[in-house]
Unconditional design. Structure first.
Length: 149
């Protein structure tokens, strides 16, 4: 089953543990990593990255350090953009992803609902589906990158 890939736009100190990376995904991206897919983190100079996901029995971290060079910046999609990054064709709206988070706080409960449009390009066969940035992002500088089919 394909999983969505989300990336933290702000650099992360990669000595961070499972719990810290999980908290960043929850607080900055508004994600529940147990159900959300894969979260990608980069260090400040983009020479290293970590992937965090849940495999059904526990959290997994994959760590990559480049011998030389840097990882390329990931392109995010805004809700207003419907142009395919691969071929420039107009993408069609194929649905919407809705995620609801209920948090228990000391005195009250808070529910956050996030809507993201799903777009697909009819011209590109290999590009898959792109999930747009949320219309009301939970935090600045963070958002989903996309999924593949």
């Amino acid at each position: 089953m394909p999983r969505a890939l989300y990336a933290a736009v702000e650099p992360v100190h990669l000595r961070s543990s499972f719990d810290v990376l999980f908290a960043i995904a929850r607080d900055q991206l508004g994600l529940d990593v147990l159900r959300s897919g894969i979260v990608l983190y980069f260090n400040k100079d983009r020479s290293r990255c970590k992937l965090l996901f849940h495999d059904g029995s526990g959290f997994v971290i994959l760590y990559k350090r480049l011998d030389r060079g840097h990882f390329a910046r990931l392109a995010s999609v805004s809700p207003d953009s419907n142009v395919c990054a691969c071929c420039g064709a107009t993408m069609v709206d194929i649905g919407e992803e809705t995620r609801e988070i209920v948090e228990r706080q000391p005195v009250r409960y808070q529910r956050t609902t996030t809507h993201r449009h799903k777009l697909a390009c009819n011209q590109c066969k290999g590009s898959g589906v792109v999930i747009a940035l949320p219309e009301d992002p939970p935090a600045s500088g963070a958002g989903p990158v996309g999924t593949s089919l």
